[in-house]
Design a protein around this ligand. Structure first.
Ligand SMILES: NC(=O)c1ccc[n+]([C@@H]2O[C@H](COP(=O)([O-])OP(=O)(O)OC[C@H]3O[C@@H](n4cnc5c(N)ncnc54)[C@H](O)[C@@H]3O)[C@@H](O)[C@H]2O)c1
Length: 685
């Protein structure tokens, strides 16, 4: 089943079986911040067929952006890259505004490109979050800032992602796609697909980390070039001359002048806070910023730019710097990225080649060098500049450079982590599933795990013991099952599925067993479907008696698209609930549906009015006081067992249940309250 994001007349394929249903059908793109990057990003979207609104707080920035886009489109026509009609229709797909509300209206994807300040970006994200449609993806073009920190300013961290374009976006092919700690994998996948539709090469960063791939590697270089000046090892023209003698089109200082010395200084300041104080050791760049020597934009930096070009004195290349210094530093950062699980060697290579415009990257270079060469160069640099950033990464110190760049290091080090379920060491059972006994015979069970409340083996164990405890508790009559935060549960924790087939089968059996116990618990259970109820999460909901849902919850079984089947009773419960036809469609296509549709076809019993958790607790309170507990227990049993029995057997079970109830005090109370037109007070006996 394929679906499409429709973008201004151009249809873009997205999603194979199980493709995400993130609602971007006919949805426009909003770009916030119309500066160097924002105007180029917006233009790229428009040229690729999307409707775009470019927003900036400052009217003069909007005017400038309009002029820049027009000039760029005209140039593309001149160069034969677009026809006049194509350029005109791209421009017609763009709108410009100073009003954030207008920009957000109807947006399916928002790309933030305001200046690189954590505080500013957080406040902009907060504003965007309050105005953008609930299902919109919020992306940041930040160069360095951890996406998790920006996501924390919103109420939808699972829909926040990094989308790091390179300058100029119309030319540079690379886009780093960075999931924050809570980003839903489907959101990152969707953004990867959008990059494809823009004709860009996305590199998916595996773990949120300052500077991601390219700028992390860049930061070590930047620190090195700053320390060279601090220690007066050589002058900018001598070092730039050396760089050009090595075949680079621009020297590092000329380049820094071009992009802004403040960018280099800010990046070192950010890394000194976010990664290591050692990045704070470089001084020259920060003092140039204080003096207003920012480079081209202020007319003076390392060089004079008053004519619009850098006036670089002709000098001989220095012999105090060698290309091996740069190679060693970049290889070192690459190995750290591999060790930290931020990126694979292949993605690092691709990122550096495309993002830094290099013919080859540090991984290729590392394969031609010996561990000893790289290690001794790094030790020399670390000691010369008294800087721990330059000290050899662990793998290099241990002689495992080749393992690291060949991808063997990551595998060897991953293995123990994958065998031990992460949350068993990180959090106690009580923390991963919380049990609260609320007033009025209601209990609440809350799955609380980072990353969308995924169900691990530990969660199953804890659920198992909670079911036993609640079964024995006569005070509890109705149980709300929910997830912490905005998401119910996005499925099983697949990071634990690395064992033998037998272990995998055990995990499937364990899940099905636990959910069966939940479904047979003699209490009325209510699932609160919000955010995502996918895979194992949907199976959890199907194991409850009543399902209430937010209208926009995403519901589905993505299993087939991941090479799995619903293995915690979903393949059995869904056909029994909906009939074979509807169930087959949902399972075999992995299509996701929204809560509203799930309600229409009968998965959801009630759409929540207002907050779904509050709605469910209120409903549970009503059921706990209005429904006779023993009757509820028997009714559940009749429904569960009846679906597996013949009609005759079912009718016989019904008669026996009626016989049992005849002897209960609650039956007498129920009838007398009905006749006396009062509310019954059931005792559960
Ligand atoms: N310039 C680059 O080479 C480059 C490359 C990749 C990523 N980035 C990142 O992209 C982002 C933007 O960088 P840039 O170079 O385009 O900056 P810029 O200064 O050229 O543009 C930023 C724009 O944001 C606008 N702005 C400021 N506050 C705003 C607000 N509250 N609401 C709306 N608009 C606001 C400004 O008016 C300005 O037009 C930064 O995070 C930067 O790190 C830059």
């Amino acid at each position: 089943m394929k679906s499409t994001i429709v973008s201004g007349g151009k249809r873009i394929k997205r999603g194979g079986a199980g493709g995400s249903q993130i609602a971007m059908e006919n949805r426009k793109i909003a770009v916030v911040g119309a500066g160097d990057m924002g105007h180029g990003i917006a233009e790229l979207f428009a040229v690729s067929g999307f409707q775009v609104t470019l927003m900036d707080k400052f009217p003069q920035a909007i005017e400038k952006a309009k002029a820049r886009v027009s000039a760029s489109l005209a140039k593309m026509v001149e160069r034969g890259k677009l026809t006049r009609e194509q350029a005109d229709s791209a421009f017609a797909r763009m709108s410009f505004t100073g009003d954030m509300g207008a920009a957000m209206s109807g947006a399916g994807l928002v790309v933030e490109a305001v200046p690189e300040s954590l505080e500013l970006k957080k406040s902009v994200f907060k504003e965007i979050d309050s105005l953008a449609p609930r299902d919109a993806i919020l992306a940041s073009n930040t160069s360095n800032i951890k996406i998790t920190d920006l996501a924390a300013a919103t109420s939808r961290p699972e829909r926040v992602v990094g989308m790091h374009f390179f300058n100029p976006p119309m030319v540079m092919k690379l886009v780093e796609v960075i999931p924050g700690e809570q980003t839903h994998p489907e959101v990152a996948r969707e953004v990867v697909e959008v990059c494809g539709a823009l004709g860009r090469t996305p590199v998916r960063v595996q773990k949120d980390s300052p500077g991601f791939i390219v700028n992390r590697i860049n930061a070590a270089d930047t620190l090195f070039f700053c320390l060279l000046l601090d220690r007066q090892v050589a002058t900018p023209p001598q070092i730039d001359s050396f760089a050009k003698s090595q075949g680079l089109p621009m020297g590092p200082y000329e380049l820094l002048d071009f992009v802004g010395v403040d960018i280099g200084a800010d990046s070192l300041a950010y890394f000194s806070k976010a990664l290591s104080p050692e990045y704070g050791k470089g001084k020259t760049f920060a003092s140039m910023v204080k003096e207003g020597r920012l480079g081209k934009k202020t007319g003076r930096g390392f060089y004079d730019w008053s004519t619009g070009r850098a006036d670089i004195p002709k000098v001989d290349p220095t012999d105090k710097v060698s290309i091996m210094d740069i190679f060693a530093l970049e290889i070192n950062e690459s190995v750290k990225l591999i060790e930290e699980g931020v990126a694979s060697p292949e993605d690092i290579e691709k990122g550096v080649v495309l993002g830094m415009n290099r013919p080859f990257g540090p991984i290729t270079v590392a394969k031609d060098l010996s561990n000893a060469e790289v290690k001794s160069k790094l030790e020399e640099l670390a000691s010369k500049f008294d800087c721990a950033v330059f000290a050899p990464a662990r793998a290099i110190a241990e002689g495992k450079l080749r393992d690291a760049v060949d991808g063997r290091l990551a595998k060897a080090e991953d293995a123990p982590a994958k065998q031990a379920p992460k949350d068993q060491t990180a959090a106690s059972g009580e923390e991963v599933v919380k049990l609260e006994k609320l007033a009025g015979g209601v209990a609440r069970v809350t799955i609380s795990r980072p990353k969308l409340n995924l169900i691990s083996a530990q969660v199953l164990d804890r659920l198992d013991s909670i079911v036993a405890e609640l079964t024995a508790d006569r005070e509890v009559r109705a149980v709300v099952v929910t997830g912490a935060g905005p998401v119910f549960c996005a499925g099983a924790d697949l990071s634990q599925f690395f064992g033998t087939p037998a272990a995998f089968m055990d995990f499937a059996r364990k899940g099905a067993r636990t959910l069966r116990k939940l479904s047979e618990m003699p209490k009325i259970t209510i699932a609160v479907m919000k955010g995502y109820a996918l895979g194992g999460g949907l199976e959890l909901a199907l194991s409850c008696d009543v399902r209430v849902a937010a209208e926009d919850v995403e519901v589905g079984f993505p299993e087939l698209s991941r090479g799995l089947v619903p293995a915690w009773s979903g393949s059995q419960r869904l056909p029994r609930l909906l009939g074979v036809s509807q169930a087959s469609f949902l399972i075999l296509t992995s299509q996701r549906i929204k809560g509203k549709r799930a309600h229409e076809i009968g998965i959801v019993n009630q759409l929540a009015q207002g907050d779904p958790d509050e709605f469910a607790v209120k409903l549970a309170g009503e059921l706990a006081s209005n429904q006779a507990p023993v009757a509820a227990m028997l009714a559940k049993s009749l429904i569960n067992k009846g679906s597996e029995a013949s009609m005759d057997e079912g009718l016989e079970m019904e008669a026996m249940a009626a016989g049992i109830l005849f002897a209960t005090e609650d039956l007498k109370e129920g009838i007398s309250a009905f006749l006396g037109k009062r509310k019954p007070e059931f005792k559960g006996r």
